[in-house]
Design a binder for this molecule. Structure first.
Ligand SMILES: [Zn+2]
Ligand SMILES: [Zn+2]
Ligand SMILES: [Zn+2]
Length: 168
């Protein structure tokens, strides 16, 4: 099965599908792998799926607190670790934040290697595939005799809407 392209979240799109697709995928994944989608794990994923903005662990904690789900950092960190390991959420190194994966509905989408496009103004994060630049990265590394084991590419800039200068 071909990998479905990630939704271009910078374009107008049916966001309800992102939200529902992400939750459905989480449930299916947990069912097939015998994992538990605890209420906290489910809620953390839902919070991240509600927008395509990158959120820090403490942003998420504040929302959980408002929900009355407690305010213990280890609980959030454990839930995030679970979601990142299962590929439903990505960790953004530069921002020290998290964003829900926007590859919908394909098992192959999980474990994919995304290239992130991060808007510094609105903090929205889009994904495209590292496959686009794959050969070039290996070539640069190989020129230095370097063996690549993992690749994290995060492009920092402004999304189309923020370039519009219309202000937020
Ligand atoms: Zn969306
Ligand atoms: Zn992804
Ligand atoms: Zn933006």
């Amino acid at each position: 099965m071909p990998v479905q392209p990630a939704t271009n979240i910078f374009e107008k799109h049916n966001h309800r599908r992102c939200l529902k697709g992400g939750m459905d995928e989480a449930r299916a994944l947990c069912q097939t792998q015998g994992l538990r989608l605890t209420p906290v794990r489910a809620r953390v994923l839902e919070i991240l799926l509600e927008s395509h903005k990158a959120l820090g662990a403490y942003d998420i904690l504040a929302i959980l607190d408002m929900d009355g789900m407690g305010r213990q950092p280890p609980v959030v960190y454990r839930a995030l670790e679970f979601l990142v390991q299962s590929g439903l959420v990505h960790r953004l190194e530069k921002l020290n934040a998290f964003a829900a994966c926007c590859h919908q509905g394909s098992a192959e989408g999980r474990g994919h290697e995304p290239m992130f496009l991060i808007c510094t103004q609105c903090r929205q994060v889009a994904e495209t595939s590292l496959k686009e630049v794959e050969g070039s990265i290996e070539k640069c590394a190989a020129a230095l005799g370097f063996e690549v084991q993992s690749r994290v590419v995060e492009l920092i800039g402004r999304c189309p809407a923020c370039q519009g200068g219309a202000g937020l």
